[in-house]
Design a binder for this molecule. Structure first.
Ligand code: FAD
Ligand code: NAD
Length: 465
């Protein structure tokens, strides 16, 4: 048995853990990071990055299919296209591999010691790691739990065989002829749309009355329209019940109680993720929980002194950039800096078609918080750049306080709007008022002009609408 000691031990090298370790290393903190699988965590290996790679491949394939079907407005034509999903997946895996190596390299450059293996708490200062070469005991003054999350399994649709999670969906060897998706949230829609574009007949089963319930109905309407255009069937207010006796269909209780069977080669279950709080000795340290998550304060401190928790294991929103921001903050706290969570907003982006972005408060949330609001909404159908990109669906919406015009929230739906999320988040973080956004010169022709126009509209004098 080997033993080492350090000032900071990070468990889990996802976006939360690896960012924490890199920043701590940069600050000269003697840091060790333990990872049971591959550097980069869910996000880099089976989440954000591979899903966006598949979404991009699906977009490209749909473009050429539409060209081959004739009637392309740009005048491009070609012969029958085909896709070899094995090659697509191999391309995606090469991107993931490059990023794995990149994260490992960044950790090394920052002077962080990486240990490969599954970590388990012995007590509040000691962790034992099962490595390939035997047990490694690590004693640390501070420990950061960054163990992430895992997909929620439905008891009547356990993962295995036909029933898959996003992890398997991102590495299929062929495009399924028919795909049933249980859960019309982030993953179900991002991947459901991608597989429809790749040629699968996709049906989405959502328990609530509408898809993407996290966002307001106006914001998701262009997505609903696009799902229709792509031939995706959406059953809302419907509940999956299990596989049919033959195993070739998903049994669904549709709205109104009627039972229906949906033929499916694969059933992709995307009904949320749960914090990874099992299998590493939580019981040994007896931390307080908040629901299923580890309870943390504004410095990501848990109920035990010297133990921090960051990322998906600590709660919603389970997003990579929240995990990274927490990781960076905790590293600085351990290095002795005075830091606490002071972010005004965490942008949320759904990479559907069209994409959806929300930063800060929606109109209803702002009203519920007691604010009298001014709202400006600018459609991409009036934006020249959106037209040249065939992206006229959607809009930018700005929500501001009526009295002093402080921007409270910014939302957008449209092709490529994920890239506008930076400007939106910056505006809110900097405490921008409508006049600040309206008075900033936005380059022409860009979709970002829609942001300026939405602010102008809220002020009552949009120029192009
Ligand atoms: P994770 O990334 O889950 O990393 C935790 C790591 O800890 C894992 O590598 C795990 O192996 C390791 N670990 C766990 N227990 C132990 C142990 N006992 N010992 C050693 N190692 C351990 N978020 C976005 O912001 N944008 C997106 O576009 C996006 N797309 C997504 C698409 C999909 C399909 C999925 C599934 C998720 C997506 N997410 C996205 C969510 C994002 O992946 C998570 O929010 C993010 O990965 C959380 O980071 P984390 O560091 O908390 O945990
Ligand atoms: P989700 O919470 O986004 O969506 C789950 C959906 O399943 C909800 O709409 C819910 O009403 C529905 N549902 C729950 N039980 C059901 C049932 N029995 N039958 C039918 N529908 C049911 O969860 P997800 O899509 O699994 O994603 C998990 C998390 O991963 C997200 O919450 C998000 O934090 C993260 N993620 C983020 C991105 C991104 O940032 N672009 C992309 C993918 C995943």
């Amino acid at each position: 048995m080997k033993e080492i000691s350090c000032k900071l031990l990070v468990i889990g090298a996802g976006p939360g853990g690896y960012v924490c370790a890199i920043r701590a290393g940069q600050l000269g903190v003697d840091t060790v990071i333990v990872e049971g699988a591959r550097p980069g965590g869910t996000c880099l290996n089976v989440g954000c990055i591979p899903s966006k790679a598949l979404i991009h491949a699906a977009d490209e394939y749909l473009k050429v299919r539409e060209m081959a079907a004739g009637g392309d407005p740009l005048g491009i034509s070609l012969d029958t296209p085909a896709i070899d999903l094995r090659k697509t997946v191999a391309w995606k895996d090469r991107i993931v591999g490059r990023l794995n190596t990149g994260v490992a390299g960044l950790l090394k450059k920052a002077g962080v010691k990486s240990v490969q293996g599954h970590a388990g708490f012995r007590d509040g200062r000691t962790v034992a790691v099962e490595t390939e070469t035997g047990e490694q005991v690590i004693r640390a003054e501070n420990i950061v739990i960054a163990t992430g999350s895992v997909p929620v399994e439905l008891p009547f649709l356990p993962f295995g065989g036909k029933v898959i999670s996003s992890t398997e969906a991102l590495s299929l060897k062929a495009v399924p002829a028919a795909l049933a998706v249980v859960g019309g949230g982030y993953i179900g829609l991002e991947l459901g749309i991608a597989f429809a574009k790749l040629g699968a007949k996709v049906t989405v089963v959502e328990a609530l009355p509408r898809i993407l319930p996290l966002y307001d109905a106006e914001l998701t309407r262009p997505v609903v329209k696009r799902l229709e255009a792509l031939g995706i069937s959406v059953l809302t207010g419907a509940r999956a019940k299990g596989l049919s006796p033959k195993g070739d269909a998903l049994v669904v209780e549709a709205a109104g109680g009627r039972t229906q069977e949906i033929a499916a080669d694969h059933v992709l279950v995307t009904v949320g993720r749960r914090p990874a709080t099992q299998g590493w000795g939580l019981e040994e340290i007896d931390l307080d929980l908040s629901g299923p998550f580890i309870r943390i304060d504004e410095r990501c401190r848990t109920s035990m002194r010297g133990i921090y928790a960051i990322g998906d294991v600590t709660g919603e929103p389970m997003l990579a950039h929240r995990a990274m921001a927490q990781g960076e903050m905790v590293a600085e706290i351990v290095a002795g800096h005075r830091r606490s969570w002071d972010k005004r907003a965490i942008p949320a982006v759904c990479f559907t078609d069209p994409e959806v972005v929300s930063v800060g408060l929606s109109p209803d949330e702002a009203r519920q918080a007691g604010a009298e609001v001014k709202i400006g909404q600018f459609p991409f159908s009036a934006n020249g750049r959106a037209m040249t990109l065939q992206g006229e669906a959607g809009f930018v919406r700005v929500v501001a306080r009526a009295d002093n015009h402080l921007v409270l929230g910014i939302q957008a739906v449209g092709s490529g709007v994920s890239e506008l999320s930076a400007a939106f988040a910056l505006a809110i973080e900097m405490g921008a008022r409508l006049e600040d956004v309206a008075g900033t010169i936005h380059a022409h022709p860009t979709q970002s002009e829609g942001f300026q126009e939405a602010a102008l509209k809220a002020l009552g004098h949009a120029l192009h609408a």
